[in-house]
Design a protein around this ligand. Structure first.
Ligand code: ADE
Length: 249
């Protein structure tokens, strides 16, 4: 997958993209990140990428000309493939979810525009962005961290990026539910034991326990997710018992 990122602060990406899974994905040729400094597409002596808003008001607005040029160059660099998403990061975008990460992971290439200051000139936004995404209802100083979060969520879904291809399948949210608790050695630590079922070797019982823990955790922490989750009759029966207080800790 090829991802172009248009930013005024390309150095911000150095750390996050040169460690762990994203580093490995790039080394293996599964992911290629193309950073474009928007300031490189300015032509005046001071490399001005922003200006004051017409009509007055606080803050600065990203100028349209460098953005148009930067998007054109980024798309050309990606081979001008048709239907390449050009995604603006903004608190006004559609809320990012695992489903959107899945959707984006199907594209061979995409462009992220990291907004800054009070946003960008509305003409650039209208003409250039095919999509806009927010990573939550709070305001960050720019779209850099949101774009890193989205690249991370999308990259780990690409075949071969995670060590075990199956690991993304059971993720919290991928199933519509949160994952339940997990344990590792030692079997007893500070007087607390790992649940017996996990040491039983009974795979069917382990699967059933995991499913129930997942339902329980979702019910306790994110009950809203249960409304759209794919639940079996057994799941519903378990939840009824849980709600009635008929399930042991
Ligand atoms: N830029 C500033 N805040 C943001 C947010 N919450 N999501 C996406 N882009 C942003």
């Amino acid at each position: 997958m090829d991802i172009a990122i248009l930013t005024l602060f390309p150095d911000m990406f150095t750390g996050p993209f040169s460690e762990s899974m994203l580093k490995r994905a790039q080394e293996r040729g599964l992911l290629s990140i193309h950073l474009h400094n928007i300031r490189d597409y300015t032509h005046d002596k001071h490399h001005t990428a922003d200006d004051t808003p017409f009509g007055g008001g606080q803050g600065m607005v990203m100028k349209p000309e460098p953005l148009f040029e930067a998007v054109k160059a980024a798309l050309s660099d990606l081979g001008d493939r048709p239907n390449t998403p050009v995604i603006l990061l903004t608190p006004q975008g559609r809320p990012f979810t695992q489903a959107i990460a899945q959707e984006l992971s199907q594209h061979p290439a995409m462009v992220f525009i990291c907004g800054h200051y009070e946003g960008m000139d509305a003409r650039a936004e209208e003409a250039l962005a095919t999509d806009s995404i927010s990573i939550g209802d709070y305001v960050l100083t720019g779209g850099e961290i949101p774009s890193m979060a989205i690249v991370d969520a999308v990259a780990r879904l690409l075949p071969g990026v995670l060590g075990d291809d199956m690991s993304a399948v059971d993720d919290s949210f991928a199933t519509g539910l949160l994952e339940g608790p997990t344990y590792t050695r030692p079997a007893e630590y500070r007087g607390e034991s790992v649940p017996d079922v996990l040491l039983s070797g009974d795979h069917a019982a382990v699967d059933r326990w995991r499913r129930e823990q997942s339902l329980r955790r979702t019910y306790e922490r994110r009950p809203d997710l249960l409304e759209s989750a794919n639940l079996t009759a057994a799941d519903r029966a378990y939840l009824e018992k849980l709600k009635a207080g008929e399930v042991e800790e």
